[in-house]
Design a protein around this ligand. Structure first.
Ligand code: AR6
Length: 175
């Protein structure tokens, strides 16, 4: 699957059509990826986020990227990890599916995801990567129009875990 790759870096500076914002249900404030995007995207971006009026956990909404290199930001609210029995896996799956659906509906051909929920929301990264990669790869197989998906991680460990699992999927033909 050469349309998916893992990269270490800052998602905010990516030169790609769309980046995903790992946000919260208000789509406002916060730390992590969301605050980095806010810092660079400008005041109009903030106004556009306010106008969205929030987003349920697992859903996705879109705004322009304004001052970012990316033309669009797709916002999603990941689940907060509460031990794993509160529907977290299904909600995280919904985040990836809804972001990808929204991307193709907007004719987006390249998109970068952060590792949704594994920062401030404390979803165990070893579990989250399995959901993320399964959803993305399954989606890419039925949507040839989506040309490129990059998962951008900002730390060494997360990057390595994603790369190792992607390799395992490819060598064992998991999905
Ligand atoms: N580029 C790439 N990855 C990043 C960046 C960056 N610039 N910044 C952080 N990460 P998080 P969540 C990684 O916390 O867990 C916010 O306050 C980070 O190391 O951004 O879904 C929102 O407003 C981690 O691996 O998102 C919400 O309230 C991953 O991105 C809440 O955090 C996700 O970390 C959402 O928490």
């Amino acid at each position: 699957m050469d349309r998916i790759s893992i990269s270490k870096g800052d998602i905010v500076r990516m030169k790609i059509e769309a980046i995903v914002n790992a946000s919260n249900t208000s789509l406002l404030g916060g730390g992590g990826v969301a605050s980095s995007i806010q810092k660079y995207a400008g005041d109009e971006y903030m106004q556009a986020c306010i106008a969205l009026g929030g987003c349920n956990t697992g859903e996705a909404k879109i705004t322009p990227g304004f001052k970012l290199n990316a033309k669009y930001v797709i916002h999603t609210a990941g689940p907060i990890w509460r031990g794993g029995n509160k529907g977290e896996p299904e909600l995280l799956k919904n985040c990836y599916d809804n972001c990808l659906d929204l991307a193709v509906k907007n004719h987006i051909k390249s998109i970068a995801f952060p590792s949704i929920s594994t920062g401030v929301y404390r979803y165990p990264v070893e579990l989250a990567i399995k959901i993320a990669l399964k959803e993305i790869i399954t989606f890419l197989k039925v949507h040839p129009e989506l040309e490129k998906v990059v998962i951008v991680c900002n730390d060494e460990r997360t990057t390595r875990l994603y790369k190792n699992y992607l390799k395992k999927i490819e060598t064992q033909n998991l999905f």
